[in-house]
Design a protein. Sequence first.
Length: 404
Amino acid sequence: MGSSWLHAQFVYENRTYSPIIKTVILEQSSQILSEPVIYLNSQKKLRLSFDELSEETHRYEYTIIHCEADWTESKLEKDMYIEGFDVQKIEGFANSFNTIQRYVHYSQTIPSNDMKITKSGNYILKVCQEGNPDNVILTRRFYCIDDKAEIAIEVKPSSDAFIMKTHQEVNVKVKGKNSYFFQNPNEDLKVICTQNSREDLKRQLDLRGMMGTYLDYSFSDKNQFEGGNEFRYFDFTSLKFRTQHIARFDYINSENQVYLLPEKDKHNLVYATDKDFNGNFFVRNEYQQDNETYSDYAWVHFTLNKDLNLVNTYYIVGGLNDWRVSEQNKMVFSDGAYRLSLYLKQGVYSYQILSDDGSGILSPAKIEGNHSETNNVYKVWVYYHNFSDDYDELVGFATVEYRK
């Protein structure tokens, strides 16, 4: 992991550190496409699952780390936020069945019956080789909420006349539940908003003042989001029968190959509504049984027919690559088009093509286009600094799906 792992200001992210670990999912138990959220003193659990592209079973263990609102490690000692054992084994594992790509599928309920979370806040789930905490294979963010805040969210086309057709405005109001009172909200309360699951779009909203009994976080530049466009998607639950966005299948070098139809440049097209998963994915196979061990892997090939652009860089972005931007999801110009191949498990995937013009800021404007009508999911997290224990409590969470 290098020295940065131990640095006090290390920012924890959703990361996979081993090239043979694939399809990492952390969500609420028995609820696909759900946010990894639990509530303090609730019986609800999360479920972690991932594949190791190997026929050999390995032993893994996990721990959890309490973080501040900015995802740096908090000052709390483990016995201040965990009751029971702070290191637990990954107990569920099974070999894939009748797949070309052999793998071992691992699963675990979080937290286990031997681990109780006693403080609200941001948490990192860290999985490592059993007995070797420095050999980290993956980290995943999750949230534990002490529900003290009432949150009202309004989404609408931007109030700014210059961007009202391309941007959406997210106005938020917050107050304490059951007479709970937030003292000094200017200093101690953080209200953070995200669009879909894009971490690069995370905004800490500014307090504008009071509106009745609510703290008002509205009408500032930070409340304005590019509308983007509906997500692209493809379905390769079958490796034999083509669905809407599949051009053809192949089998090369003992590996499945899936070729998608060439991507369209949509930024000049009229907006058209479409059902999508806002960048998420789920695993499925045509047999409709034991998706986790019967589903195979394939190289999925993306093509964007566009002339070489020496300014913009294009990325495939979504849950299929943890919403991360890296060399692994950058489209490369070759044979007259931009191309990318990703090794994915059978299922249904949604994604967008975002561009970086050299500023380091990703935008849908160049390929997807921006529309104020676009269906997007906005999530709001409210943190309150606890001075007695010196950490950021997570006191509220709300989500709204905007449909015009």
